[in-house]
Design a protein around this ligand. Structure first.
Ligand SMILES: Cc1cc2nc3c(=O)[nH]c(=O)nc-3n(C[C@H](O)[C@H](O)[C@H](O)COP(=O)(O)O)c2cc1C
Ligand code: SF4
Ligand code: SF4
Length: 270
Protein backbone atom coordinates (compact mmCIF):
# COMPACT_ATOMS: atom_id res chain seq x y z
CA UNK A 1 0.00 0.00 0.00
CA UNK A 2 1.11 3.58 -0.66
CA UNK A 3 2.75 5.04 2.45
CA UNK A 4 0.12 7.72 3.17
CA UNK A 5 -2.78 5.24 3.03
CA UNK A 6 -3.70 4.65 6.66
CA UNK A 7 -7.06 2.90 6.68
CA UNK A 8 -9.95 1.47 4.73
CA UNK A 9 -13.28 3.15 5.38
CA UNK A 10 -16.50 1.34 4.51
CA UNK A 11 -19.25 3.92 3.91
CA UNK A 12 -22.53 2.13 3.32
CA UNK A 13 -26.26 2.69 2.99
CA UNK A 14 -28.08 -0.56 3.64
CA UNK A 15 -31.67 -0.56 4.94
CA UNK A 16 -32.15 -4.34 4.56
CA UNK A 17 -28.57 -5.32 5.43
CA UNK A 18 -27.21 -7.06 2.32
CA UNK A 19 -25.04 -4.17 1.12
CA UNK A 20 -23.59 -3.86 4.61
CA UNK A 21 -22.91 -7.61 4.79
CA UNK A 22 -21.00 -7.65 1.49
CA UNK A 23 -19.23 -4.38 2.34
CA UNK A 24 -18.05 -5.67 5.71
CA UNK A 25 -16.77 -8.89 4.13
CA UNK A 26 -14.79 -6.90 1.56
CA UNK A 27 -13.43 -4.40 4.10
CA UNK A 28 -12.32 -7.18 6.45
CA UNK A 29 -10.61 -9.13 3.67
CA UNK A 30 -8.85 -6.05 2.26
CA UNK A 31 -7.73 -5.18 5.77
CA UNK A 32 -6.39 -8.68 6.46
CA UNK A 33 -4.62 -8.86 3.11
CA UNK A 34 -3.01 -5.41 3.31
CA UNK A 35 -2.38 -5.16 7.06
CA UNK A 36 -4.23 -1.80 7.20
CA UNK A 37 -7.09 -1.29 9.68
CA UNK A 38 -10.66 -0.58 8.55
CA UNK A 39 -13.42 1.65 9.92
CA UNK A 40 -17.16 1.57 9.43
CA UNK A 41 -19.07 4.73 8.47
CA UNK A 42 -22.69 3.70 7.89
CA UNK A 43 -25.16 6.30 6.64
CA UNK A 44 -28.35 4.24 6.68
CA UNK A 45 -30.24 5.82 9.58
CA UNK A 46 -31.21 9.49 9.97
CA UNK A 47 -28.95 9.91 13.02
CA UNK A 48 -26.01 8.51 11.04
CA UNK A 49 -26.63 11.24 8.45
CA UNK A 50 -26.57 14.13 10.91
CA UNK A 51 -22.94 14.54 9.89
CA UNK A 52 -21.94 14.79 6.25
CA UNK A 53 -19.77 12.10 4.70
CA UNK A 54 -16.16 13.23 4.65
CA UNK A 55 -12.94 11.42 3.77
CA UNK A 56 -9.30 12.47 3.60
CA UNK A 57 -6.44 11.45 1.32
CA UNK A 58 -5.27 8.85 3.88
CA UNK A 59 -8.55 6.96 3.39
CA UNK A 60 -9.13 4.07 1.03
CA UNK A 61 -12.89 4.25 0.78
CA UNK A 62 -15.32 1.47 -0.06
CA UNK A 63 -18.51 3.30 -1.03
CA UNK A 64 -21.41 0.86 -0.99
CA UNK A 65 -25.04 1.38 -1.98
CA UNK A 66 -27.95 -0.78 -3.16
CA UNK A 67 -29.53 -0.38 -6.58
CA UNK A 68 -33.05 1.05 -6.61
CA UNK A 69 -34.74 1.32 -10.03
CA UNK A 70 -31.37 1.08 -11.78
CA UNK A 71 -29.75 3.90 -9.83
CA UNK A 72 -28.93 4.76 -6.23
CA UNK A 73 -31.96 5.39 -3.95
CA UNK A 74 -33.19 8.81 -5.11
CA UNK A 75 -34.07 10.01 -1.59
CA UNK A 76 -30.39 9.70 -0.65
CA UNK A 77 -29.18 11.98 -3.44
CA UNK A 78 -29.38 15.24 -1.46
CA UNK A 79 -27.20 13.75 1.30
CA UNK A 80 -24.68 11.92 -0.89
CA UNK A 81 -24.29 14.95 -3.20
CA UNK A 82 -22.79 16.89 -0.29
CA UNK A 83 -20.05 14.34 0.49
CA UNK A 84 -16.45 15.62 0.55
CA UNK A 85 -13.64 13.42 -0.68
CA UNK A 86 -10.48 15.51 -0.17
CA UNK A 87 -8.42 13.42 -2.58
CA UNK A 88 -9.43 10.01 -1.15
CA UNK A 89 -9.36 6.94 -3.38
CA UNK A 90 -12.64 5.05 -3.61
CA UNK A 91 -13.78 1.60 -4.69
CA UNK A 92 -17.51 1.45 -5.54
CA UNK A 93 -19.69 -1.44 -4.45
CA UNK A 94 -23.13 -1.66 -6.01
CA UNK A 95 -25.47 -4.35 -4.65
CA UNK A 96 -28.56 -5.38 -6.60
CA UNK A 97 -31.34 -7.95 -6.60
CA UNK A 98 -30.46 -10.01 -9.68
CA UNK A 99 -32.27 -7.81 -12.22
CA UNK A 100 -29.56 -5.26 -13.15
CA UNK A 101 -27.49 -2.40 -11.77
CA UNK A 102 -28.11 -0.29 -14.93
CA UNK A 103 -26.71 3.21 -14.25
CA UNK A 104 -26.08 2.88 -10.49
CA UNK A 105 -22.29 2.52 -10.67
CA UNK A 106 -22.10 5.38 -13.15
CA UNK A 107 -24.12 7.58 -10.80
CA UNK A 108 -21.90 6.62 -7.83
CA UNK A 109 -18.83 7.40 -9.93
CA UNK A 110 -20.06 10.88 -10.80
CA UNK A 111 -21.00 11.63 -7.16
CA UNK A 112 -17.55 10.54 -5.96
CA UNK A 113 -15.75 12.53 -8.66
CA UNK A 114 -17.86 15.56 -7.73
CA UNK A 115 -16.75 15.03 -4.10
CA UNK A 116 -13.09 15.19 -5.14
CA UNK A 117 -12.27 11.48 -4.97
CA UNK A 118 -10.48 9.20 -7.42
CA UNK A 119 -12.60 6.21 -8.43
CA UNK A 120 -10.07 3.35 -8.65
CA UNK A 121 -12.56 0.60 -9.42
CA UNK A 122 -15.95 -0.86 -8.74
CA UNK A 123 -18.00 -4.03 -8.51
CA UNK A 124 -21.62 -5.08 -8.87
CA UNK A 125 -22.64 -7.88 -6.51
CA UNK A 126 -25.94 -9.69 -6.18
CA UNK A 127 -28.06 -10.05 -3.02
CA UNK A 128 -31.57 -11.29 -2.33
CA UNK A 129 -34.15 -8.94 -3.78
CA UNK A 130 -35.82 -7.37 -0.73
CA UNK A 131 -39.25 -7.44 -2.39
CA UNK A 132 -39.22 -11.22 -2.80
CA UNK A 133 -38.69 -14.50 -0.94
CA UNK A 134 -37.47 -16.20 -4.10
CA UNK A 135 -35.38 -13.78 -6.21
CA UNK A 136 -31.66 -14.35 -5.56
CA UNK A 137 -32.59 -16.29 -2.43
CA UNK A 138 -29.60 -17.05 -0.21
CA UNK A 139 -27.33 -14.51 -1.85
CA UNK A 140 -24.65 -13.42 -1.32
CA UNK A 141 -23.50 -17.04 -1.11
CA UNK A 142 -20.15 -18.88 -1.05
CA UNK A 143 -19.67 -18.37 -4.80
CA UNK A 144 -20.18 -14.61 -4.43
CA UNK A 145 -17.66 -14.44 -1.57
CA UNK A 146 -15.20 -16.54 -3.57
CA UNK A 147 -15.49 -14.03 -6.43
CA UNK A 148 -14.59 -11.24 -3.99
CA UNK A 149 -11.66 -13.31 -2.67
CA UNK A 150 -10.41 -13.83 -6.23
CA UNK A 151 -10.34 -10.05 -6.81
CA UNK A 152 -8.76 -8.88 -3.53
CA UNK A 153 -5.24 -8.51 -4.92
CA UNK A 154 -6.52 -6.71 -8.02
CA UNK A 155 -8.57 -4.31 -5.88
CA UNK A 156 -5.54 -3.56 -3.68
CA UNK A 157 -3.49 -3.06 -6.82
CA UNK A 158 -6.05 -0.60 -8.20
CA UNK A 159 -5.90 1.35 -4.92
CA UNK A 160 -2.09 1.37 -5.21
CA UNK A 161 -2.12 2.61 -8.81
CA UNK A 162 -4.71 5.27 -7.91
CA UNK A 163 -5.85 5.73 -11.53
CA UNK A 164 -9.40 6.66 -12.45
CA UNK A 165 -11.52 3.79 -13.77
CA UNK A 166 -14.76 4.56 -15.65
CA UNK A 167 -17.88 2.72 -14.59
CA UNK A 168 -20.49 1.12 -16.88
CA UNK A 169 -23.84 2.83 -17.39
CA UNK A 170 -25.35 5.61 -19.45
CA UNK A 171 -24.09 9.16 -19.12
CA UNK A 172 -27.71 10.25 -19.28
CA UNK A 173 -28.76 8.50 -16.04
CA UNK A 174 -32.25 7.00 -16.20
CA UNK A 175 -34.53 5.24 -13.73
CA UNK A 176 -35.80 1.77 -14.54
CA UNK A 177 -39.58 1.80 -15.12
CA UNK A 178 -41.37 -1.02 -13.27
CA UNK A 179 -43.80 -3.21 -15.22
CA UNK A 180 -46.61 -5.50 -14.09
CA UNK A 181 -47.35 -9.14 -15.00
CA UNK A 182 -49.03 -8.17 -18.28
CA UNK A 183 -46.25 -5.76 -19.23
CA UNK A 184 -48.27 -2.74 -18.12
CA UNK A 185 -46.43 0.28 -16.64
CA UNK A 186 -46.69 0.42 -12.88
CA UNK A 187 -45.95 3.37 -10.63
CA UNK A 188 -44.87 2.45 -7.11
CA UNK A 189 -43.58 5.89 -6.10
CA UNK A 190 -46.38 6.66 -3.65
CA UNK A 191 -46.77 3.09 -2.34
CA UNK A 192 -46.31 2.58 1.42
CA UNK A 193 -46.38 -0.55 3.58
CA UNK A 194 -49.64 -1.61 5.23
CA UNK A 195 -49.78 -2.89 8.83
CA UNK A 196 -51.89 -5.83 10.00
CA UNK A 197 -53.64 -5.51 13.35
CA UNK A 198 -51.92 -6.62 16.57
CA UNK A 199 -49.16 -4.02 16.87
CA UNK A 200 -47.42 -4.21 20.27
CA UNK A 201 -45.79 -0.77 19.80
CA UNK A 202 -42.26 -2.18 20.08
CA UNK A 203 -41.05 0.54 17.64
CA UNK A 204 -38.62 -1.79 15.85
CA UNK A 205 -40.08 -0.64 12.54
CA UNK A 206 -39.74 3.03 13.51
CA UNK A 207 -36.07 2.55 14.48
CA UNK A 208 -35.25 0.65 11.30
CA UNK A 209 -36.69 3.19 8.86
CA UNK A 210 -33.87 5.03 7.04
CA UNK A 211 -35.98 8.10 6.43
CA UNK A 212 -38.00 8.32 9.63
CA UNK A 213 -41.24 7.82 7.71
CA UNK A 214 -43.17 5.82 10.33
CA UNK A 215 -45.28 7.50 13.03
CA UNK A 216 -43.88 6.80 16.50
CA UNK A 217 -47.26 7.33 18.20
CA UNK A 218 -49.05 5.01 15.77
CA UNK A 219 -46.57 2.76 13.90
CA UNK A 220 -49.31 1.54 11.56
CA UNK A 221 -49.16 4.98 9.91
CA UNK A 222 -46.49 6.09 7.44
CA UNK A 223 -46.90 9.84 7.06
CA UNK A 224 -43.46 10.40 5.48
CA UNK A 225 -42.15 9.47 2.02
CA UNK A 226 -41.41 5.74 1.69
CA UNK A 227 -38.50 4.30 -0.35
CA UNK A 228 -39.91 0.74 -0.28
CA UNK A 229 -36.64 -0.47 1.30
CA UNK A 230 -38.49 -3.16 3.32
CA UNK A 231 -36.44 -2.48 6.48
CA UNK A 232 -39.65 -2.18 8.52
CA UNK A 233 -41.07 -5.34 6.95
CA UNK A 234 -37.97 -7.27 8.02
CA UNK A 235 -37.76 -5.58 11.44
CA UNK A 236 -41.30 -6.25 12.70
CA UNK A 237 -41.12 -9.25 15.07
CA UNK A 238 -44.80 -10.04 14.37
CA UNK A 239 -44.48 -9.69 10.57
CA UNK A 240 -47.26 -7.10 10.49
CA UNK A 241 -45.75 -4.82 7.87
CA UNK A 242 -46.31 -5.78 4.24
CA UNK A 243 -46.99 -4.34 0.79
CA UNK A 244 -50.50 -4.94 -0.50
CA UNK A 245 -50.69 -2.40 -3.33
CA UNK A 246 -52.01 -4.06 -6.49
CA UNK A 247 -49.46 -2.43 -8.82
CA UNK A 248 -46.59 -3.30 -6.47
CA UNK A 249 -47.70 -6.95 -6.27
CA UNK A 250 -48.10 -7.15 -10.04
CA UNK A 251 -44.56 -5.77 -10.48
CA UNK A 252 -43.28 -8.29 -7.94
CA UNK A 253 -45.03 -11.11 -9.84
CA UNK A 254 -43.38 -9.97 -13.08
CA UNK A 255 -39.95 -9.80 -11.44
CA UNK A 256 -40.31 -13.27 -9.89
CA UNK A 257 -41.32 -14.70 -13.25
CA UNK A 258 -38.42 -13.05 -15.10
CA UNK A 259 -35.45 -13.17 -12.74
CA UNK A 260 -34.85 -16.90 -12.43
CA UNK A 261 -31.44 -16.96 -14.09
CA UNK A 262 -28.50 -16.40 -11.78
CA UNK A 263 -26.40 -13.31 -12.48
CA UNK A 264 -22.77 -13.23 -11.40
CA UNK A 265 -20.60 -10.56 -9.75
CA UNK A 266 -18.80 -8.15 -12.10
CA UNK A 267 -15.62 -6.19 -11.41
CA UNK A 268 -14.36 -3.02 -13.07
CA UNK A 269 -10.69 -2.48 -12.30
CA UNK A 270 -7.66 -0.77 -13.79
C1 LIG B 1 -37.21 0.41 -4.25
C2 LIG B 1 -36.31 -0.70 -4.69
C3 LIG B 1 -35.91 -0.77 -6.01
C4 LIG B 1 -35.04 -1.80 -6.43
N1 LIG B 1 -34.61 -1.80 -7.73
C5 LIG B 1 -33.75 -2.77 -8.14
C6 LIG B 1 -33.25 -2.76 -9.48
O1 LIG B 1 -33.46 -1.85 -10.26
N2 LIG B 1 -32.45 -3.80 -9.87
C7 LIG B 1 -32.18 -4.84 -9.03
O2 LIG B 1 -31.52 -5.78 -9.46
N3 LIG B 1 -32.58 -4.84 -7.73
C8 LIG B 1 -33.36 -3.82 -7.27
N4 LIG B 1 -33.77 -3.80 -5.97
C9 LIG B 1 -33.28 -4.84 -5.03
C10 LIG B 1 -32.14 -4.32 -4.16
O3 LIG B 1 -31.13 -3.73 -4.94
C11 LIG B 1 -31.53 -5.45 -3.32
O4 LIG B 1 -32.54 -6.13 -2.63
C12 LIG B 1 -30.48 -4.95 -2.34
O5 LIG B 1 -29.89 -6.07 -1.77
C13 LIG B 1 -31.02 -4.14 -1.20
O6 LIG B 1 -29.92 -3.69 -0.42
P1 LIG B 1 -29.90 -3.73 1.18
O7 LIG B 1 -30.17 -5.17 1.60
O8 LIG B 1 -28.51 -3.33 1.52
O9 LIG B 1 -30.93 -2.78 1.67
C14 LIG B 1 -34.63 -2.79 -5.51
C15 LIG B 1 -35.04 -2.71 -4.18
C16 LIG B 1 -35.86 -1.68 -3.77
C17 LIG B 1 -36.24 -1.60 -2.33
S1 SF4 C 1 -41.70 2.87 5.80
FE1 SF4 C 1 -40.85 2.67 3.76
S2 SF4 C 1 -38.86 3.68 3.90
FE2 SF4 C 1 -39.51 3.29 6.00
S3 SF4 C 1 -38.61 1.29 6.51
FE3 SF4 C 1 -40.66 0.90 5.73
S4 SF4 C 1 -40.37 0.47 3.56
FE4 SF4 C 1 -38.50 1.52 4.27
S1 SF4 D 1 -42.36 -3.49 14.51
FE1 SF4 D 1 -44.42 -4.35 14.26
S2 SF4 D 1 -45.17 -4.65 16.33
FE2 SF4 D 1 -43.39 -3.28 16.50
S3 SF4 D 1 -44.26 -1.21 16.41
FE3 SF4 D 1 -43.78 -1.77 14.30
S4 SF4 D 1 -45.66 -2.68 13.48
FE4 SF4 D 1 -45.86 -2.61 15.71
Amino acid sequence: MKSNAKRFVLADFSPAGSTRKIGIYLAQKLSQTSGLPWEHRPFTLPKQRQELLGFDEDSLVIFAMPVYAGRIPSLLLPYVSQMKGEGAKVFLLSVYGNRHYDDALREMESLCVHAGMTVVGGAALIARHVFSDTIAKGRPDDKDYAALDDHLEAILDSFKKGKHVSMPGKEDLTYYQPKGVSGESVSIISVKPATKSGCIHCLQCVRSCPIGAIDEEDPSQVPGKCMKCCACVLACPLKLKHFDDEGFLSHLGALEEKLKERREPEFFLF
